[in-house]
Design a binder for this molecule. Structure first.
Ligand code: GMT
Length: 388
């Protein structure tokens, strides 16, 4: 019997969506019998417990007084190559191009391009922001072209990759997915009462609190809603914009209507307690947390910039608004919160779409098909095509 490919996965271990997607992908593959080796700078957030077929290799970054900066990319490349040789990996699947695709490229060259394939999954700012920095542009384009396969988490991101970098190679769209058993509707009045009193609407925002998440809009929309009806805001996650957001809430006299517990590992237990999610990002290539909320039956008012319209249907299972349209977002929130029938309808539609189209099982088989194509004798790609 043909053995299943052995997969190495590299991702950022932090709370960002790319690390979550990579970890969930690896865990699902391991459940299906694949050996999955995570090669990362730290233990990914959702990889805390022992699981069969899952292996974790922490990258030790070598420092030396002569280095101005410790060369993480090179230590990662070495760890990838050593793991690939020792465990006979077939594929390195890297998430977030910079610098993971560079390390993967080096590792593949060290091991031998016939023995080890490189798949790069693009997640967002690796293409829309960081990858376009003049200091990274040429390198990002080179890595996209040199990978054996490239995937993007939305059609928007695949288009952006082709338009901005002028690459001709195929970029396969494999959308993000959600474990619909872990993220499911729950009716838990006791748990909810930790965050909101009887009669109060509970509005949630969850992110890594970076500038792109547009926290001022979260605060302003919440302020507009709270001016009209009893409401509380639940801020989940942590990052540089968390303190400024809390300060803005204090300035508006809303400090005692906010709960900000920081990073919550079991998001699937908390999201279903909310009535509505706000995700007014400056842009989102996908917006995984919005899909997780929808899977919990929580409608989302999300940014209309990026790939959110690939799973949010405005007015049907949530709302899409311009990130600067605070009054539009507040109006949508007030409409849905004031109308239990509409709210129920949105909740049901959100859950249904998450289950039917974006459940792990539907989406993961597309990664498996890609692995098989990349490993097929005639392969998928022709690394080396450059556009100058
Ligand atoms: O690109 C980023 O900002 C980082 C990345 C992350 O690690 O959170 O986020 C991106 O990847 C997620 C998972 O695929 C997507 O759901 C997010 O939309 C995307 N972030 C942005 O496009 C801003």
């Amino acid at each position: 019997m043909k053995r299943l490919p052995r997969i190495g996965i590299t991702c950022y271990p932090s709370q960002g969506g790319s690390g979550i997607v990579a970890t969930e992908l690896g865990l699902n593959l391991a459940r299906s019998g694949y050996s999955v080796h995570f090669i990362c700078a730290g233990l990914p957030l959702r990889l805390r417990h022992y699981r069969e077929n899952v292996f974790y290799h922490e990258v030790e970054v070598v420092d030396y007084p002569v280095f101005q900066y410790p060369p993480y990319t090179l230590s990662l490349a070495t760890a990838m190559a050593e793991t690939a040789i020792e465990h006979a990996l077939d594929i390195l699947h890297v998430h977030y191009a910079i610098p993971h695709a560079a390390s993967g490229y080096l590792a593949r060259q060290m091991v031998g391009p016939d023995r080890l394939k490189l798949i790069t999954t693009l997640h967002g700012t690796d293409i829309t922001l960081v990858g376009q920095e003049p200091g990274f542009f040429r390198m990002t384009r080179f890595l996209i072209e040199q990978s054996d396969a490239v995937t993007a988490v939305s059609t928007f991101l695949a288009r952006e990759t082709r338009d901005v970098f002028g690459v001709k190679r195929p970029v396969t769209v494999i959308p993000n997915f959600v474990d619909t058993r872990q993220f499911r509707p729950l009716d838990l009045p006791d748990a909810r009462s930790r965050y909101a009193r009887e009669g109060e609407s509970l509005i949630v925002h969850a992110s890594n609190f970076r500038e792109v998440k547009n926290l001022p809009a979260v605060v302003d929309v919440f302020a507009a809603v709270a001016a009209e009806r009893p409401a509380r805001l639940l801020l989940l996650g942590d990052g540089p914009e968390r303190e400024p957001a809390l300060a803005r809430l204090r300035e508006k006299g809303l400090a005692d209507q906010v709960e900000a517990p920081g990073l919550v590992e079991d998001l699937g237990e908390v999201l279903p307690l909310a009535d509505l999610m706000l995700l007014p990002s400056r842009h989102e290539s996908f917006g995984l947390v919005a899909l997780e909320a929808m899977s919990c039956g929580v409608p989302v008012i999300a940014t209309d910039r990026g790939g959110t319209d690939e799973f949010i249907d405005d007015g049907v299972n949530g709302y899409l608004r311009d990130p600067d349209d605070v009054s539009g977002m507040a109006a949508a929130a007030l409409t849905v919160l004031a109308d239990p029938g509409l709210h129920r309808h949105l909740r049901e539609e959100a859950r249904r779409d998450a289950v039917e189209t974006f459940g792990s099982r539907c989406v993961l088989k597309r990664y498996v098909e890609l692995y098989d194509q990349v490993l097929a004798p005639d392969g998928l790609s022709t690394p080396g095509r450059t556009t100058g």
